[in-house]
Design a binder for this molecule. Structure first.
Ligand SMILES: Cc1cc2nc3c(=O)[nH]c(=O)nc-3n(C[C@H](O)[C@H](O)[C@H](O)COP(=O)(O)O)c2cc1C
Length: 164
């Protein structure tokens, strides 16, 4: 599952059934988080007009996904961890993001994480309260093609035993 998931940037038309969206979002909330704070909020965007508007502000968002999940950080929750909360919440939502993408893949649904988007514009478009910060978009849809896996740095290069 881990090796097979690819970032998908070209989608077929086709709605994702609500029960699959639920499984995908549920995978998100079962991610680990620092002190179990769960500082995430998930904004599901299904409305085609809204999606097209978000695309205008998102140079990193490719294709026409059926839906997107905007993973946000709830700063009222993350600041309970003190100063480290800012960094930790990014780790937390990243864990949720990977769970989401792996569950989507398990259901035959393609996804792509998108960090390249205008946060101020998206915040305004979605009426996010001041303490809720959009952090990462996950696109979801049925893949038109399965891209070749981009190369990984080898284990020999990245693993350091006992000393760097
Ligand atoms: C934090 C993060 C941000 C990313 N942002 C974008 C993005 O804005 N646009 C995009 O097309 N892909 C984005 N990607 C996807 C990466 O390009 C992709 O994961 C990488 O090339 C490896 O390919 P794979 O996911 O198919 O294994 C992002 C990935 C991560 C983890």
């Amino acid at each position: 599952m881990i090796k097979g998931r690819r970032s998908i940037r070209d989608f077929h038309d086709g709605e994702i059934p609500d029960e699959h969206l639920r499984l995908i979002l549920e995978a998100g909330i079962w991610a680990p988080s620092g002190s179990n704070l769960q500082p995430w909020e998930f904004v599901l965007v299904k409305d085609r007009n809204l999606l097209e508007k978000i695309k205008l502000f998102s140079p990193g968002l490719f294709g026409r996904p059926a839906t997107i999940i905007i993973i946000c950080i709830n700063r009222k929750i993350s600041e309970r961890a003190g100063k480290i909360g800012e960094l930790m919440s990014l780790m937390d939502i990243s864990m949720a993001a990977e769970n989401i993408m792996l569950m989507a893949y398990a259901l035959g649904i393609g996804s792509c994480p998108v960090a390249s988007f205008n946060k101020i514009a998206v915040k305004e478009l979605l009426d996010l309260p001041a303490h809720v910060e959009p952090a990462l978009i996950i696109t979801l849809g049925y893949p038109k093609e399965l891209p070749k896996p981009p190369k990984r740095r080898s284990l020999e290069e990245v693993v350091h035993v006992d000393r760097f």
